[in-house]
Write a protein that binds this ligand. Structure first.
Ligand code: TYM
Length: 340
């Protein structure tokens, strides 16, 4: 699509609109850590507080959740020495580019976004304008870094397609080859972790039932209890993945096991095929506690020193702005703004 070669750069973000779930961890953060450590990319990871306020957030809770999310990133293995870790509102170029993209994206594109339709429900006249324009800010988050690769869970696929459309339209409208046409990276066994109570619903921080999700701050007993109570069916586990096709709850637990253990679904079924849930669930609970407890302990330790978290975010913002300021300046020049 583009002749220009861009530095291989990863960008991704998470909303500080509540606690982190196992879905966020397996679908996003764990893969962010892998991409950071692979060393093939520059990596930029972001708490998207401007996205969070597209629906009401209590200011004190937003501050707490933003710092806790930063702690979650670091405790999971994102190193401020290897990645740029930022809070979105501390890098003003995100919002500045978003305005330009509001003028590039079309109403019809936004109206097709399934997440907007889900979140707005029947209430489309009463939701914030920010919720409607949400994907243009998301495109700006990514493209203000000229990022090339964006690891996300499956639910963000449509937003990333829109990011590609915005880049293509901008480049076309202004006759430039300035913004990269990004590659979504939606890979692994856990791109869609489902609710523990209903295998047809995504695990989500906004689900009213706490039993539907594992929170990264849950203690070992709570994690084990939630897995023990997870909805399943009466059959034993199959020995091949095909046998999970019509069994969403069983498939979900197997996917979670595979992602936590860093092995394939086939490998999980080679080891546990034929087992009843009475024995598989305790094995999964043990694995989950083993992997998640050190993270939640480290999160609490980091949260005890908020000044240190704030220092890391201020440093991240400074590093980020060295990348974003020249890209915004060039964008303004292309668009025709005097003084750019
Ligand atoms: P958010 O905050 O809803 O979720 C953050 C990341 O976690 C993934 N995720 C899941 N993955 C698997 N199973 C689940 N149950 C699950 N729940 C959440 C999401 O797919 C996502 O990768 N719009 C984004 C935030 C954002 C962003 C960006 C992402 C803003 N700007 C730029 C990438 C690039 C969001 O609301 O994610």
């Amino acid at each position: 699509m583009s002749d220009t070669s861009f530095t291989p750069r990863v960008f991704s973000g998470i909303q500080p609109s509540g606690g982190l779930t196992l879905g966020n961890y397996l679908g996003a953060i764990k893969r962010f850590v892998d991409m950071q450590n692979a060393g093939d990319f520059e990596t930029v990871y972001c708490m998207v507080d401007l996205h969070a306020i597209t629906v009401w957030q209590d200011p004190a809770a937003l501050r707490h959740n933003t710092r806790e999310l930063a702690a979650g990133f670091i405790a999971s293995g994102i190193s401020p020495d290897k990645s740029i870790l930022i809070n979105q509102s501390q890098v003003p170029e995100h919002a500045q580019l978003a305005w330009i993209f509001n003028c590039v994206a079309r109403m019809g594109w936004m109206q097709r976004m399934t997440q907007f339709k889900d979140k707005a429900g029947k209430n489309t006249q009463n939701v914030s304008l920010g919720l409607f324009g949400y994907p243009a800010l998301m495109a700006a988050d990514i493209l203000i870094y000229h990022a090339t690769h964006v690891p996300v869970g499956d639910d963000q696929k449509q937003h990333l397609e829109l990011t590609r459309d915005i880049a293509i339209k901008f480049n076309h409208d202004f006759g430039v080859d300035f913004f990269p046409v990004i590659e979504p990276v939606i890979e692994g066994a856990a791109t869609r972790v489902m609710s523990l109570r209903d295998g047809s619903k995504k695990m989500s921080k906004s689900d009213p039932s706490d039993a539907s999700r594992i929170n990264m701050t849950d203690d070992a007993d709570t994690i084990a209890k939630k897995i023990r109570k997870a909805k399943t069916d009466p059959d034993a586990l199959p020995s091949e993945a095909k046998g999970l096709e019509e069994r969403p709850e069983a498939r979900n637990l197997v996917n979670i096991y595979a992602a936590l253990a860093d092995i394939s679904v086939d490998q999980v079924l080679a080891d546990h095929g034929g087992a009843q849930f009475g024995s598989f669930k305790p094995a999964l609970a043990e694995l989950a506690v083993d992997k998640l407890s050190p993270i939640s302990k480290e999160m609490s330790r980091l949260m005890a020193d908020q000044a240190e978290i704030d220092r890391i975010l201020a440093q991240g913002a400074q590093q980020a702005r060295a990348l974003t300021a020249p890209i915004l300046k060039k964008t303004y020049e292309i668009v025709g703004m005097v003084g750019a």
